[in-house]
Design a protein around this ligand. Sequence first.
Ligand SMILES: [Zn+2]
Length: 262
Amino acid sequence: MAKLNVFVDGTWLFNACGADRALANRLEYSDRRFQLDHTKLVQELLAHAQQHIPECDSIGSMYFATSVFDLPEDLVEWPNEREDVTVADVEFVQRGTAAREKFSQGAVQAGYSDAAIFRPRLKGWMLGKLREHRFQEKQVDATVVALLVKYAITCPDDVHVIITGDSDILPAIRVAYPEYSDNVLVATTHPDQLRADSRQTSYALADFDYSIPPFYLEQNADKVMQGTNVYKCVHCNKVFSRPNPIPRKTAACCKPCHQKRE
Ligand SMILES: [Zn+2]
């Protein structure tokens, strides 16, 4: 009997679900966010792990690491008080924070511990960096590695899955836990699906030698998406969900393909 312990770089996963990113590219409309079902994802990871390590048959500990800003009460006043803050900056950070909060709450409802969800207070200097997408969250990567290594050492018979797109953390895992290849599983996006600027990183990820092959999220998009009626288009293979089931004898066809055929 072995458990599957799950460690998520929640910031990376949130971004991987963004419009026009790897998972959204599988949708009938790729300019929308991919609506990930955290519970389905965990169940798919367990099934994947069990295919390769049959005694791994239940879920153990689950950690979702991310940071969600704690927004000051007077945030809406900032554009009046500070030269370097615009109304657009404030709206941008409010929207982003609300979306991350919702994503993180979804993870907690699916059973993840919230112990690795950080709540840094938003400071004025951060807004400029956020605007230019230069804001770094180093503590998230470090936390995921620390938790995974702790569990790997204390529960060597379990399987440990890390959901990340950042292979920079793998050398740290390898040094701290040289047996990683036996029972550490990586869930990520396929290198071909990544933007050119991050390709280097993810090729290195796949180069690591594991006994359980990586789990590629976008290849399982239909299995990890929210909704009870999720389909793959018979023409283009894109993924979509509908409020009502499609009758059995009707082929599942996405809206863009349907429109092309009219
Ligand atoms: Zn289609």
